[in-house]
Design a binder for this molecule. Structure first.
Ligand SMILES: Cc1cc2nc3c(=O)[nH]c(=O)nc-3n(C[C@H](O)[C@H](O)[C@H](O)COP(=O)(O)O)c2cc1C
Length: 197
């Protein structure tokens, strides 16, 4: 099975709950590596967890997750992103599928900026972006509650994530795993039909 790496930072557990929901959604179609960024990964301001970065090397897909902090990804996530620059210089992660999820205290707490950052990070790495194909306000089960199609945006309601956000996270995981299958099949066809060197 293809490997899905879910790379996320979380302090009070909301983003972690979303990461687990993304994992549940993908579990039937992908092997899952839950990669939580922790404070100890950052030494003298630099992200130093080589194992986490190597897990992404082996993955076919990556889900990026961070709470929205001050209108963007948390600094701990950004430290990880900055440490990926050696992979960027050789485009080692090119053609992997990528998606993103975030949370915040407010419904309109600038989560879009965090998701935009994730998509730019993916583009820098030559990855293929997987958004949500659920029109906000149109889904009978209330998925994509906040109407964010770039990725999953959520917020706490009465101190907890609504069930609709969790099922959207599961759906995002399922969609990501589906796309990996498709991407891998196209890759296999390309190598079958490409002329030998
Ligand atoms: C330093 C800091 C900055 C924050 N900035 C925002 C923000 O810009 N927008 C927002 O909606 N919530 C903001 N929040 C709220 C967090 O996104 C929210 O508490 C989230 O659930 C934390 O995620 P976690 O439980 O995974 O740690 C901020 C929280 C902190 C601690």
């Amino acid at each position: 099975m293809p490997l899905l790496a879910i790379v996320y930072f979380s302090i009070s557990g909301t983003t972690e709950t979303l990461a687990h929901a993304v994992a549940r959604g993908a579990a039937e179609m992908a092997e899952i590596a839950l990669c939580r960024i922790v404070g100890d990964d950052i030494v003298a301001g630099r992200f130093r967890n080589a194992r986490l970065v190597e897990t992404i090397d082996r993955a076919s897909a990556v889900a990026f997750g961070s709470p929205t902090y001050m209108g963007g990804p948390a600094a701990q996530f950004k430290a990880f992103a900055d440490a990926s620059s050696d992979r960027w210089s050789q485009q080692r992660w090119a053609s992997k599928i990528a998606a993103g999820f975030t949370t915040g205290a407010c419904a309109g707490g600038d989560q879009l900026h965090t998701l935009t950052y994730f998509s730019i990070l993916a583009a820098q790495h030559g990855m293929l972006w997987c958004g949500l194909d659920i029109p906000g306000g149109e889904d009978p089960s209330g998925r994509n509650r906040l109407g964010s199609q770039l990725g999953l945006a959520t917020h706490l309601v009465d101190g907890a994530l609504p069930q609709s956000d969790l099922i959207t996270a599961e759906y995002l995981g399922q969609r990501l795993a589906n796309m990996v299958g498709r991407n891998d099949r196209v890759g296999a066809m390309r190598s079958t039909f490409s002329p030998s060197p």
